[in-house]
Design a protein around this ligand. Structure first.
Ligand code: NAP
Length: 268
């Protein structure tokens, strides 16, 4: 299937690792030009270097960073068609999971909303004037199963992602008549560096459970979270959903939540 993304210009946040890297690679493979935002580059991102890729080193916790990324896309490639708000999760310096709601301070809540909601709001505000010029504009927000399924291990994160899901629906209604589609991809537990890197979540759960990182990923978490498929989501499976929603082939899809969660969520 030709996704008709060739020549389109996309901004992807959190693009150096995990889902963001898979999304960037997939959009490049589909012929889109990509402005990739993260604090640092990575070997995976460096491997995609070429005329259709620009890395903008920014900390999205800085208020003016999202607008700088959007402006770079327009100055470099002359247009903007796609915005993928992928960066999110615990803000720099914060570790999840927590033990209880009571373990998150008010500053933790502020930081979580700053990274997962306000940075997206800033990116969307900067992007909309340019997206209105596109004949196939699309915003894809990466939320989380925790937006629908709250947990004491990350109450602030779930609330911030729920707010992002709400914003996705609001924007979809307001801007569809002007040609901008806005959708969300809802990942379940996904095998990214957030889980797999040294000192990452899998290592922390392994220390608590008295086991090793591989067992946590292959067995402990799939059982603990009752994953219907029995395994983590792969970043490429998120990237494929994002590419489809970004594509004009999804022209009648807006305000949707595309769940890719290994069967984590059980409600109808
Ligand atoms: N993995 C999961 O199980 C899971 C499940 C549900 C939802 N999600 C959501 O999926 C999205 C991607 O998660 P992931 O697991 O792929 O994350 P990841 O592997 O930890 O990658 C995070 C990306 O964001 C960048 N980043 C982190 N802090 C940043 C900052 N302050 N400014 C700019 N860039 C920053 C990182 O690069 P630098 O460090 O160089 O900045 C990296 O490119 C997030 O929104 C997350 O909440 C993940």
């Amino acid at each position: 299937m030709d996704l008709r993304l060739s020549g389109r210009v996309a901004v992807v946040t959190g693009a150096s690792k995990g889902m963001g890297l898979a999304i960037t690679r997939t959009l490049r493979e589909e012929g889109a030009r990509v402005v990739a935002a993260s604090r640092k580059s990575s070997p995976g991102l460096d491997a995609l270097a070429g005329p259709g890729l620009v890395h903008v080193p920014v900390d999205l916790m800085d208020e003016d960073a999202p607008a700088r990324v959007i402006e770079r896309a327009v100055s470099e490639f002359g247009q903007l068609d796609i915005l993928v708000n992928n960066a999110g999760g615990p803000p720099p310096g914060v570790e999840l999971p927590r033990g209880s709601f009571l373990d998150a301070s008010l500053d933790d809540w502020r930081g979580m909303f700053e990274f997962n909601l306000f940075a997206v709001v800033r990116a969307v505000r900067a992007a909309i004037p340019h997206l209105l010029e596109s004949d196939a504009a699309s915003i894809v927000n990466i939320t989380s199963g925790n937006a629908r399924q709250p947990s004491p291990i990350n109450a602030d994160y779930g609330a911030a992602k729920a707010a992002l899901a709400n914003l996705t629906k609001q924007l979809s209604g307001e801007f569809a008549p002007q040609g901008i589609r806005v959708n969300a991809v809802v990942p379940g537990v996904t095998r990214t560096e957030w889980w797999t890197e040294e000192g990452g979540v899998a290592d922390r759960i392994a220390a608590q459970a008295g086991t090793d990182r591989d067992s946590v990923i292959e067995r402990v978490v799939p059982e603990m979270m009752d994953l219907a498929t029995g395994r983590f989501v792969e970043p490429q499976e998120i990237a494929d959903a994002v590419a489809l929603l970004a594509s004009p082939r999804s022209g009648s899809t807006t305000g949707a939540e595309f769940v890719v969660d290994s069967g984590l969520l059980k409600e109808v």
